[in-house]
Design a protein around this ligand. Structure first.
Ligand SMILES: C[S@@+](CC[C@H](N)C(=O)[O-])C[C@H]1O[C@@H](n2cnc3c(N)ncnc32)[C@H](O)[C@@H]1O
Length: 248
């Protein structure tokens, strides 16, 4: 998996998916009572912009940041050293569907822009075992913001992520899986524009390196299509942050 050019393409970006420190902090502040010295697991952390921000806003927490791509984890630790939070972050290179942790090891599980890799229901079901009873999960997930998406948007998402749901259906899955809902909020469209403008620059910079590499060219083409579609229809879908708590 780490052989795919997708990792190199997304390397060099300040973050690997749409999000912002403001949204990370807003979600963290919705957790009703975070125990002192909490252990947080950040799954699919990328270069860890949210990991480092969590370490700053929860200054006695310890964060285990996991990703399948070691160069992202190396960059995360470089940044953590620069920001003076490295002593409270451990990185673990592992796949999110085969995590090397103990049952009920964590107080909080965090996943920004990564659960789609497993699928929402599968992700929150599998990860639940690593969370203490009463522990929190905070996850961003692609979500319909309209009941009537335009045909081209519908076709695009049905092809690449047929599991996309609206907010009520996503919350039904959360409660059916054994969690209590705390809250949700939509991420502002600005986080997509910021992410996409960085991605477009990156695509411009590296496209020539991938001439003749069919897989890489397909990924780049796909990203260009995704960006164009979002610019045309920014209100039909986006990320929502879901914050919920494992049943006691
Ligand atoms: C869209 S990025 C989100 C990264 C980061 N959380 C953020 O918001 O910037 C998804 C991340 O999941 C990682 N990833 C992909 N497949 C994975 C897997 N099977 N297990 C763990 N991480 C994976 C990628 O390397 C990437 O860092």
């Amino acid at each position: 998996m780490s052989e795919s050019p997708i990792f190199e393409i997304f390397d060099g970006l300040p973050r690997q998916g749409p999000g912002s420190n403001e949204c990370t902090e807003k979600a963290f502040n919705l957790l009703s009572s975070v125990p002192a010295g909490s252990k947080i697991l950040d799954i699919g952390c990328g270069v860890g912009m949210q990991t480092i921000h969590l370490a700053k806003i929860c200054n006695d927490c310890h964060i285990t940041a996991t990703d399948v791509y070691q160069p992202f984890l190396d960059k995360l630790m470089e940044n953590a050293v620069k920001e003076g939070v490295d002593a409270r972050i451990t990185t673990v290179c592992a796949s999110m569907d085969d995590l090397p942790f103990e049952a009920e090891e964590f107080d909080i599980i965090w996943a920004e822009g990564s659960i789609f890799i497993l699928g929402f229901e599968k992700g929150i079901s599998y990860w639940k075992q690593f969370l203490k009873n009463g522990g929190y999960m905070a996850v961003t997930e692609n979500t319909w913001f309209t009941d009537e998406p335009s045909p081209e948007v519908l076709l695009f998402w049905k092809e690449i992520y047929p599991g996309i749901m609206n907010i009520p259906d996503t919350e039904k899955v959360i409660t059916a899986t054994g969690y209590d809902i705390i809250d949700h909020f939509k991420l502002p469209v600005s986080v997509w524009y910021d992410f996409y403008s960085n991605l477009e620059k990156r695509i411009d910079d590296i496209s020539d390196n991938y001439k003749g590499n069919t897989e890489a060219e397909m990924i780049l083409e796909f990203n260009i299509k995704e960006i164009k579609l979002f610019r045309e229809r920014p209100d039909e879908y986006g990320y929502a942050f879901y914050i919920f708590q494992k049943n006691i």
